[in-house]
Design a protein around this ligand. Structure first.
Ligand code: HEC
Length: 161
């Protein structure tokens, strides 16, 4: 009897907690986008490569994130917002035009590595956005394309510094 009462109390407490945290909403306003600074505006990619990158990377690594309905539900919303914030901090394709040649080259190198290691797009993301999971063929296509943008002279000039 007493145990049942405790379970009921805990359930009610959790429900109240869930309702209260809904008051803490995430900021869904995307930072402004300057079209000419966009990675895909500055680099010529096939339509296919563009589509894959936009679908699989831009939600977290650009200022054009799309926020589906479940981003209205805390605590999931906080978790997603954290990924977007961290993702943009590490690599923001919308701000590619502001990167120095050295930084851009380094980011390209990391894109290749992340895709080769299967680290990106994040598995928690592809679990929900199934269509964004890269097939072997798509991974290879991206790896080749990112690699082709790298500039050997950037590396060389780094060595001399
Ligand atoms: C669900 C959000 C999400 C998606 C989608 C995503 N990333 Fe990431 N990415 C992150 C986060 C968060 C980090 C920060 C490091 C970490 O937590 O692993 C990151 C880190 C990186 C880094 C490391 C940058 C650095 O300087 O350390 C690269 C490169 C990268 N991602 C490339 C990609 C590419 C390419 C795609 C698409 C194929 C992609 N990511 C898709 C969230 C994402």
């Amino acid at each position: 009897m007493r145990k049942q009462l405790t379970v009921k109390k805990i359930s009610i407490a959790l429900l109240i907690l869930f309702l209260v945290i809904q008051l803490f909403r995430i900021d869904k306003q995307n930072p402004p986008v300057v079209a000419e600074k966009d990675f895909l505006a500055l680099n010529t990619a096939s339509a296919e490569v563009q589509n894959i990158i936009k679908a699989s990377c831009y939600d977290c690594h650009s200022n054009t994130s799309v926020y589906p309905w479940y981003t209205n539900v805390a605590p999931v919303s906080w978790w997603i917002k954290h990924h977007i914030k961290e993702g943009r901090k590490h690599l923001n394709f919308s701000e590619w035009g502001n990167y120095t040649a050295k930084k851009a080259d380094h980011k390209l190198e990391e894109c290749v590595e992340m895709i080769q290691e299967g680290e990106m797009p994040m598995s928690s993301y592809t679990l929900i956005h199934r269509e964004t999971k890269l097939s072997e063929e798509e991974s290879l296509m991206l790896v080749n394309w990112f690699s082709s943008l790298r500039k050997p002279e950037v590396e060389k000039s780094d060595d001399q510094d």
